[in-house]
Design a protein around this ligand. Structure first.
Ligand SMILES: [Ca+2]
Ligand SMILES: [Ca+2]
Length: 171
């Protein structure tokens, strides 16, 4: 009796990941906690970082740049729900780029707020290139927020590889 119960339980546990319904909560990456500018993960220019953003838990990254540079964040999708919204702030906490959509897939409907020279491009391969001017020297912060849909029951999450690079601002 007990053996058959254990067998049924084991089969149930094996079947869970296959059916796609009830899922276990998405685990976080090992960069946590990095939910604020005070606890931001520091990026080395050119060094990629693998991370996971989970709905309800911001991922914040810090990189030193400027003056007279363009700061480029490259984000390659590594799987799961690609529903991220991005914000970049400069050393004096001014917003250089800020997505304005609230729901997954809303980027096509709500234009971001961006200073001159800031832009977000996305390739067909799922690679985001987010560029902002780094006019003054200091710490710049990228904040990544995983959005959901109106009716998703379980938290969404997104696996990504992030690389920050700088180039000289064209004269
Ligand atoms: Ca995270
Ligand atoms: Ca976080």
């Amino acid at each position: 009796m007990q053996r058959s119960r254990a067998f049924i339980l084991a089969m149930g546990l094996l079947a869970l990941p296959m059916c796609g319904c009830p899922r276990f909560p998405r685990p976080e990456d090992n960069l946590e906690p990095n939910n604020t500018t005070e606890t931001a993960t520091e990026l080395e220019a050119g060094g990629p970082v693998d991370a996971r953003v989970v709905q309800g838990n911001l991922d914040v990254f810090k990189v030193t740049a400027g003056p007279g540079e363009v700061l480029i964040f490259t984000l390659e999708s590594q799987g799961e729900e690609d529903c991220a919204a991005f914000t970049v702030t400069g050393p004096d906490e001014n917003e250089l780029y800020a997505d304005q959509h609230f729901f997954c897939g809303g980027r096509d409907f709500d234009a971001p707020v961006a200073v001159e020279g800031a832009s977000l491009d996305m390739s067909a391969e799922g690679i985001y290139v987010l560029s902002v001017p780094a006019n003054v020297a200091g710490d710049y912060f990228l904040s990544i927020k995983e959005l959901g849909q109106v009716d998703n029951i379980f938290d969404f999450s997104w696996l990504y590889r992030l690389t920050a690079t700088t180039t000289e601002l064209a004269p």
